[in-house]
Design a protein around this ligand. Structure first.
Ligand SMILES: Cc1cc2nc3c(=O)[nH]c(=O)nc-3n(C[C@H](O)[C@H](O)[C@H](O)COP(=O)(O)OP(=O)(O)OC[C@H]3O[C@@H](n4cnc5c(N)ncnc54)[C@H](O)[C@@H]3O)c2cc1C
Length: 469
């Protein structure tokens, strides 16, 4: 028999195609790009802010958990319905994508796919720099909620650096606007940036206003080949301390290179210990000089080879192969655990050494790639969740990755968020009071704990990652 809130929900979403309750649908909304699987009681697909507001009023009255969801590419468990309730799928809210050429802004519905914003901006001669490798499949709502980064974070920053304003439905179902079209805004607390990266725990984003910038005049890419992983880490610091600011500087280790070459050959050197992919953008004369200088620095530090690509097509090929790393390594074993421990840039070589030790110590399939230019590494462990003995070793390896990142002065997450996967380690990084202050913010916004409950904050006494059953 239907519960009272389920009967009330049918009065809000009258279109039966947008209110899902059959087991197959519920199952397919129970996972994301991370690890766990949970079952919601209902899935709703609202098409406007008013429906979202009515759903939140109902959820708040009946104490039903609501889990906002974009395309569920999250790698930390953000949209997982860990306490059942309602999954609120925002993908049908995608009607608005307006470029304002006079103000250099874009106003966008939350379900719009990120790469569409970039395309629309470029048509008008502008640039929307945040470029998560999932940009062709993830939504702007998800990107804002996770404060997603990507290769270009090094020079241009992350999603949050481009969010000027938001329209948000609060956990109580009120519709509010924060920020706006202005580049500067210091009126009171910066609620826009509090909501950015809040992982759907403070409200549902129903519209985003983004800052655009002029499109850089030209671009070149370098592929630098190393026989030693630690040397590649030193080259990253070498280039940055020389005064060059690449728009992207990515590292791919040997395991990932081989996985890409097996998946869809891109011509990456399979015998290299690591490669760096570097992109320089700006005025053609300036990048010409920087290209020569970056080549010299890399060779001095021990690069075996430096290839350059100035042609648009050649560059596209190099970077498309980079985007294939994640799907390619997913083929190594059935379960992929993707981390984004981020360290100060000077600590990249040390972190590489620690990761090699962890790989040996726990005998796990640990591979590394990532946005090395900003210290944001992606150690990934490929495993099989049905093998409980191996999963125990994986649990310990993942915990040690987090601990190592914190010990060298880094952070649990540079861009994937905390979700369920990193919650047990929050106190380690923030301290007791730091974490408590965050809890107080959550309680003030959402006293009935209906907005994405079970995320970010560890459960009482939870200090360990548990991946086994
Ligand atoms: C192959 C691959 C590559 C990736 N590369 C990158 C990368 O380079 N950089 C990076 O940062 N991440 C990357 N990710 C992670 C992921 O794509 C991002 O976190 C992305 O922003 C999630 O968007 P989504 O639409 O899938 O959101 P979801 O996964 O559905 O949700 C993510 C979080 O946002 C919340 N949320 C979603 N929509 C809303 C809304 N409208 N209002 C409030 N809360 C909302 C959810 O509750 C959840 O907590 C990658 C993932 C994959 C699978």
């Amino acid at each position: 028999m239907n519960k009272q809130w389920q009967i009330e929900l049918e009065k809000i979403i009258k279109d039966k195609k947008r209110l899902l309750s059959n087991p197959a649908d519920l199952l397919s909304y129970g996972f994301d790009g991370s690890f766990g699987q949970y079952q919601p009681e209902r899935v709703v697909q609202p098409i406007n802010r008013e429906e979202v507001a009515d759903i939140m009023k109902l959820a708040n009255t009946f104490g039903v958990p609501v889990y906002p969801r974009g395309q569920a590419t999250c790698l930390s468990g953000g949209p997982l319905p860990v306490r059942g309730g309602i999954v609120l799928d925002t993908c049908k809210m995608k009607d608005k994508l307006t470029i304002d050429s006079e103000n250099l802004t874009a106003t966008v519905s939350p379900g719009v796919i990120t790469s569409k914003i970039k395309e629309a901006a470029e048509k008008e001669g502008f640039f929307y720099p945040p470029d998560p490798s999932s940009a062709h499949v993830s939504t702007i709502g998800g990107n804002v909620a996770e404060n997603s980064g990507g290769p270009r974070g090094l020079k241009y920053g992350v999603t949050g650096n481009y969010v000027l304003g938001l329209e948000v439905v609060t956990p109580q179902g009120e519709i509010i606007r924060t920020g706006g079209q202005t580049i500067k805004n210091v009126t009171g607390y910066n609620l826009t940036q509090l909501l950015v990266g809040s992982e759907g725990t403070l409200g549902v984003i129903t519209e985003v206003t983004l800052r655009l910038i002029p499109k850089p005049k030209s671009r070149v890419s370098l592929l630098v080949v190393f026989d030693d992983l630690v040397a590649s880490g030193k080259a990253i610091s070498g280039i940055l301390s020389s005064g060059i600011m690449p728009s992207a500087m990515e590292i791919i280790d040997q395991h990932c290179i081989n996985a890409v070459e097996r998946h869809k050959p891109a011509g990456y050197p399979v015998d290299a210990a690591a490669i760096l992919l570097i992109e320089l953008d700006g005025h053609p004369k300036a990048i010409e000089e920087e290209m020569v200088e970056a080549d010299r620095i890399c060779r001095e530090i021990g690069a075996r080879e430096v290839q350059t690509a100035s042609d648009e097509e050649d560059q596209k090929k190099l970077w498309e192969a980079r985007k294939l790393v994640s799907p390619a390594i997913a083929k190594i074993k059935p379960t992929k655990i993707s981390e984004d421990a981020t360290v100060p840039r000077s600590k990249i070589p040390e972190m590489f050494e620690r990761l090699s030790e962890i790989r040996e110590k726990y005998n796990v399939e640990l591979v590394v790639f990532g946005h090395a230019g900003d210290g944001n590494l992606h150690p990934n462990i490929l495993t099989d969740k049905r093998d409980q003995e191996e999963m125990k070793r994986v649990e310990m390896a993942v915990s040690e990755i987090f601990e190592s990142a914190i010990e060298v002065g880094g952070t649990l997450s540079g861009e994937h968020g905390i979700g369920t996967m990193k919650a047990p380690f929050m106190e380690k990084e923030l301290g007791k009071i730091g974490l408590e202050m965050m809890r107080r913010v959550k309680e003030a916004w959402d006293p009935n704990d209906v907005m994405n409950p079970g995320k970010i904050f560890p459960q009482d006494g939870q200090t360990k990652l548990v991946l086994t059953e």
